[in-house]
Design a protein around this ligand. Structure first.
Ligand code: LLP
Length: 430
């Protein structure tokens, strides 16, 4: 159980702040993030890798959570950015990242988007030979390539981004020709990249991908006249969501990755290119909780339902991937011990389905849970920092929620709750 920022006293607290008070003051649904937890995770991963190899660069995959205040926290830590859209480039620049710290890894990218990235001076990581040719018509610049190493992994089919069924990157057999063509086109390739998938909890799942990457690096540097400045092995580092799930062992992960990396460098006589990684979920995933109010309780012969005010408009992961998120009754945390160390763990007479307010049967946030609640209680949905707010929508004309950040003991509203008026703000109303 790796949620040291969460504690149960009478109510659930996050970094010492009473979550029920936050809900009372700012209303619900409400995302609450511990900035200190994000810093802790960043430092832990960076140090674990640097214990074995000095030239480490972490790019925060900001699709996980693009709130500018969170981007700023990681910028202060010295982090770089993995951006997937011009909107993410824009946000990262606004958060203070210098263009050289931004790696733009798009897919199905338009010429306008390439031009935007080139004009801003960010590093472009190309997803296809076609994209490379189109870029070369716009500018001659330094580039890198995303390779599909033929290996994939992830917590759900939708989240596997390497291997035969993946749309991403350049197939491994074509990568050497692509580097050669890039040079002919006047581009300067200085990096190579892969990302095999998301939500991986076993160290060994990464090993074949790193080995394949180093094998490809050997072939490329042997056949093409390039100086590789960086090798980016992507993100994908998982976090535990379920009560008995084991966390990814970061020290073992760092040891394995750097061992395979250094072995490859030695084998192919390379000096010390930067080893880059681009974690999203690992850095921010367990830093946030989503506070939601219980509106309604009902039972039928088959289920007990706890009806809350957050649905898949607020947190899409359970509906989209069948993902598990812990749920704790913050007002009466009798069940918190399933998820939080030293918290009480009481059984229930009947398990509950936790259902959202949307008009869809699939709007169930959690199933079969040992939790009791009454109307008006505040529930905390755990580990919602990654792909929570960033995947939220206004479905059923429900305004987007507010966000709170707690950092250095200070509680700040970092995004206002939307209003009904916001729902119509871009529509032609006359
Ligand atoms: N790099 C690239 C190129 C990526 O496409 C991704 C995630 C990452 C890095 C970061 O992956 P992470 O370290 O967060 O696993 N919405 C899904 C996850 C989709 C991930 C997409 N790509 C979910 O909620 O589980």
């Amino acid at each position: 159980m790796t949620r040291p920022h969460l504690k149960v006293e009478k109510n659930l607290k996050i970094d010492g702040v009473d979550t029920t008070e936050l809900a009372k003051k700012h209303d619900t649904p409400l995302y609450v993030t511990s900035g200190d937890r994000i810093k802790q995770k960043y430092r832990k991963l960076k140090q674990a890798l640097q214990n074995h190899y000095p030239k480490i660069r972490l790019h925060y995959a900001c699709k996980a959570n693009t709130n500018i205040n969170i981007l700023k926290i990681l910028e202060q830590e010295g982090c770089h950015i993995d951006a997937v859209s011009t909107g993410e480039i824009y946000s990262a620049l606004k958060a203070g990242y210098s263009p050289e710290k931004i790696l733009y890894t798009g897919t199905s990218v338009s010429n306008q988007e390439l031009k935007y990235a080139a004009d801003k001076g960010v590093m472009i990581n190309l997803d296809s030979a076609h994209e490379m040719r189109r870029l070369s018509e716009i500018t001659s610049t330094k580039v890198s390539f995303r390779v599909n190493p033929g290996v994939g992994a992830g917590h759900h089919d939708h989240c596997i981004t390497g291997g035969k069924e993946s749309k991403f990157g350049i197939w491994e057999d074509d990568i050497i020709d692509t580097y050669k063509e890039a040079i002919d086109l006047g581009l300067t390739p200085i990096g190579i990249h892969m990302h095999i998938g998301s939500g991986i909890l076993e160290v060994e799942k990464f090993r074949p991908a790193v080995q394949k990457m180093m094998e490809l690096v050997g072939k490329i540097t042997n056949e093409v006249d390039i100086d590789l400045e960086f090798i980016d092995i992507g993100g994908g580092l998982g976090i535990p969501y379920k009560p008995n799930e084991k966390p990814l062992n970061i020290d073992k992960f760092a040891e394995m990755v750097t061992k395979e990396y250094k072995k490859g460098l030695k084998q192919h006589n390379l000096n010390q290119p930067i080893l880059a990684l681009e974690p999203g979920r690992y850095l921010v995933g367990d830093s946030s909780i989503l506070l939601t109010k219980v509106n309604d309780i009902k039972e039928n012969p088959f289920h007990r339902y706890i009806g809350i005010d957050a649905g898949f408009n607020t947190l899409q992961r359970p509906a989209m991937y069948g993902s598990h998120h812990g749920v704790v009754n913050a007002s009466n945390p009798k069940n918190a011990g399933n998820y939080i160390k030293n918290a009480p763990k009481e059984g229930v007479d009947r398990k509950a389905e936790i259902a959202g307010p949307l008009c869809e049967s699939g709007d169930i946030i959690a199933q079969n849970r040992e939790i009791t609640a009454k109307a008006g209680d505040i529930l905390a949905i755990l580990d919602t920092g990654a792909y929570g707010y960033s995947m939220a929508s206004r479905y059923n004309s429900r305004p987007l929620p507010a966000e709170i950040l707690i950092e250095n003991g200070e509680t700040k509203l970092i995004r206002e709750r939307e209003t009904h008026r916001d729902l119509l703000s871009k529509q032609k109303t006359n």
